[in-house]
Design a protein around this ligand. Sequence first.
Ligand SMILES: Nc1nc2c(ncn2[C@@H]2O[C@H](COP(=O)(O)OP(=O)(O)OP(=O)(O)O)[C@@H](O)[C@H]2O)c(=O)[nH]1
Ligand SMILES: [Zn+2]
Length: 338
Amino acid sequence: MRSRGGLYSDDHAGFDRPRRHTRPRTKDRPDYSEAAVARVITVDRGRYRLQLDGRMVSATKARALGRAGVIVGDRVRVVGDTSGEEGTLARVVGVEERETVLRRTADDDDPFERPIVANADQLAIITALADPPPRAGMIDRILVAGWVAGLDPLLVLTKADLAPADEILAAYEPLDVPVLTTQPGAELGELRERLDGRTTVFVGHSGVGKSTLVNALIPGLDRAVGVVNETTGRGRHTSTSAIALALPDDAGWVIDTPGVRSFGLSHVTPAGVVAAFPDLAASTVDCPRGCHHDSAAAGCGLDAAVAAGRLPPARVQSFRRILDARMIAEREAHRGLE
Ligand SMILES: Nc1nc2c(ncn2[C@@H]2O[C@H](COP(=O)(O)OP(=O)(O)OP(=O)(O)O)[C@@H](O)[C@H]2O)c(=O)[nH]1
Ligand SMILES: [Zn+2]
């Protein structure tokens, strides 16, 4: 019997015979492994704006890709006219494996996951301290989605000129979430440092000052103008897509997303939330079967760890608030099924 190699392959039998190709090239399956790799900057109804070697290239998706999604931040194989010259259109023929995918569902009873961006490594949650007022539940939900996607969170509190930040600082410090504040004319040095060399997706409710912040980070970019769709001439408020923006001096990427009203978590399991906190997860190994580790859970290992001084009470408390955000999501999902 022939085997495919490894321990049981017959080396001598293969010696004077050419190795068989495991994946033969056929006319139906062209080999695009040599195709250029570009980054997806925006997606708009089947049209893609790509960045390739410093130039902007418009592209469509090859039919062979079928319904496979191409999202902002994706690295894609592209063929055809990649000159980027006016009127040219290249073709996306493949999507490289994604390192991360940030997802949300529209509501907690929405069975459809909506991938938002690919390949980001940091998630900046933009929240105004007033006008609109902060909603802890919303911050928690976005945090959960970010942790589950493997992104490092960053909380940016805008409009610090309108209200104090103490309460929010106290709520998120025990979770080791870095918190920055901004206000008109503020120094952005610390934020720039956090963004340097990373791909950061900005998420927040409409009106929190996301565009204001992005414009301050990228001098010369008029966010409101920058996103006006070239084909339709419509402004950003009609846009439903994210956009990747390069920071000056090659200092990383920001992916700005449209303002969100809700952040559904029906794709996240409570166990997925726990796994995002390795130090806490370690204390749950001896929990009773089926323990949800919430504040009402009897005999939960987290309480034992706090009692024994192994975990700071504030961290456990904050974690449970996060977990509640997910458990409420689950209850709503069940209600949606009834
Ligand atoms: N007082 C105060 N106002 C701010 C601050 N940042 C932004 N604003 C104002 O808040 C309003 C909304 O700002 P935008 O930057 O358009 O907010 P956005 O999050 O991009 O909103 P959408 O475009 O709807 O998603 C504008 O009137 C800004 O001038 C701030 O730090 N302090
Ligand atoms: Zn437990």
